[in-house]
Design a protein around this ligand. Sequence first.
Ligand code: SAH
Length: 218
Amino acid sequence: MRPTEDSYRHKGLRKKLVQAVQAKGITDERVLDAILAVPRHYFLDSAFDEVAYEDRAFPIGEGQTISQPYTVAYQSQLLETKPFMKVLEIGTGSAYQAVVLAEMGVQVYTIERQKKLFDTNKQFDLLKKYPTIKFFYGDGFEGLPTYAPFDRVLITAAAPEIPAKLVDQLKIGGMMVIPLGAGDVQQMLRLTKLDNGALKEEVFDNFSFVPMLGGRSQ
Ligand code: SAH
């Protein structure tokens, strides 16, 4: 069961979480405000109520995880979004990252390959507050050609290579944030699509994500 109450205690724990990610180097006020606004405990079973605001990843079923808040904040900061931008997210999972982006005022298109996780989000009442998030069941390697081009692409699973179709679906001047690497550790890259279509590559810190897998799973 999911919790249904956002108490003063939860709000206080959220303030502490914001301070924790700030202490780790997150400075973007829009990102920090979004972390403060989003009730992370709603994304987890009520069994996790005591720990929902620790800066850790947690299991959400199907062998997947809700990302660590620091990682969510880090990727959201690197994306350098502006309100109303179209952002494609690969790996909806718990939808926490999608909601953080929606709180920042962007239009989120998010794809999940695991049917059960996709279906779970259909029953998740909090998401009704975020009509700007569009949910898709599919293979993130394919992207969403019908809705392209995107201002930003965010990959929230470990990509073994840079997905060519997602580069195609990025606007000129657009950016992709991608944890790249097939092993246990990935390098966070930010790719910017230049006027001539080439990619400028910036390398950031190392992280550890669950793998980005091809195809859909029932
Ligand atoms: N953004 C999520 C993080 C989830 S973990 C959150 O905030 O909770 C990564 C997710 O990516 C998993 O749910 C996994 O099933 C999904 N995934 C992995 N490969 C994928 C692909 N090719 N297309 C879409 N989703 C994928």
